[in-house]
Ligand binder design. Structure first.
Ligand code: AHG
Ligand code: MN
Ligand code: MN
Length: 336
């Protein structure tokens, strides 16, 4: 029988630790714990359709357990797995108004903080469409041995030491970067391990997919309207018209475009005049991955990773993906 050699996520992160001679394994343990939480959430996501059968949300199920909403469950899973790692002194989550600090001795000495969107694409839970988790890791700036402080979470995205996402799709995948390229792992449910499936992911420089909620068209800035029309025009040289794809889960839309080449856009709208997506939970980690894969991420005015956050839950206009398409957006926005 022909055997095959797999590289598990845990093996991979331990091997990569050797690339950083001064690394003490702290980040390795943190990433390992993210993998554990991702597996726990995967189990729950796979059962989401059974919630109404086993017990309604907010009720008690047949086993007498409380049935938690999936986003609350994902939030608690990531928080408790970060606490258990002992390498994280605090977490900012899209689901919590304030930062959560871990106050035990081990965590106070930890060097890292995490920002997380535990359940991205929540409107897709009920309809069995891909959802995700987005995370980002920073080195703390407050002294070790003390509680994490707000300033630890208000660092520009270019200070991220690791970032990634989990996509709960037809398979569960974990994609991450530590600033040295992007790697993707697919969960093999039969052995319960994330296995290396996508080495050194590079996004095509010339994309052909555009992803935007066109329902908001009439409220888009003039440059974005022009870009959409540009995508729809015929031109054999630039392979237009381009293809439109929109799921409504940032993780899933971004992941597809990362592999196939394309752009994701969330401009300012009437309902969300600053844009809808959140800088520290969504845009920064996705931008780190995008740039590491050879793509580009901007607000239309500046590079996303250079923004110093003013507010934990700050929102920004967001354009990310293949260089040719992001630069076209910048050109149209500049001209308007
Ligand atoms: P979340 O579920 O974490 O609140 O994020 C939803 C976000 C993002 O995943 C997606 O790209 C966007 O909202 C979709 O927004 P519209 O429904 O306005 O298109
Ligand atoms: Mn989200
Ligand atoms: Mn969310």
């Amino acid at each position: 029988m022909k055997g095959y050699k797999i590289t598990t996520l845990n093996e991979y992160i331990i091997r990569r630790q050797a690339d950083y001679p001064y690394a003490k394994g702290e980040l390795t343990r943190l990433l390992y714990n993210i993998g554990v939480a991702a597996k726990v959430v995967t189990k729950k996501v796979n059962k989401a359709g059974l919630v109404d059968i086993l017990g309604n949300i907010g009720n008690v199920n047949v086993q007498g357990e409380d049935v938690m909403k999936l986003d609350v469950f994902a939030n608690e899973s990531f928080i408790s797995s970060m606490k258990a790692s002992g390498e994280c002194c605090g977490i900012a989550s899209e689901e919590n108004q304030e930062i959560v600090t871990f106050d035990d001795g081990l965590s106070r000495d930890a060097n890292y903080i995490m920002c997380v969107d535990p359940l991205d694409g929540s409107s897709n839970i009920d309809v069995n469409v891909s959802i995700g988790t987005i995370f980002s890791i920073y080195r703390r700036i407050s002294p070790r041995g003390s509680k994490a402080e707000a300033a630890d979470f208000m660092q520009a995205g270019n200070k991220q030491v690791a970032a990634g996402y989990v996509i709960y799709g037809s398979s569960t995948m974990l994609v991450y970067t530590t600033g040295n390229g992007v790697a993707g792992f697919t969960l093999d449910p039969s052995i319960g391990e994330f296995c290396l499936s996508n080495h050194n992911i590079k996004t095509p420089e010339k994309g052909k997919i555009y992803s935007i909620n066109e329902g908001n068209y009439s409220h888009f800035p003039e440059g974005i309207k022009k870009f959409i029309k540009y995508c729809q025009e015929s031109d054999p040289d630039t392979k237009r018209p381009y293809t439109s794809r929109y799921i409504g889960s940032l993780v899933a839309d971004f992941h597809r475009n990362l592999l196939k080449g394309g752009i994701f856009l969330y401009p300012p709208t009437l309902k969300a005049p600053q844009g809808k997506l959140r800088l520290i939970y969504e845009c920064n980690p996705i931008s780190f991955i995008s740039e590491q894969a050879g793509g580009k991420s901007v607000t239309g005015e500046e590079r996303v990773l250079d923004i110093v956050p003013q507010d934990l839950h700050q929102r920004i206009p967001f354009y990310t993906g293949s260089k040719n398409m992001v630069e076209k957006v910048e050109q149209f926005l500049g001209e308007s």
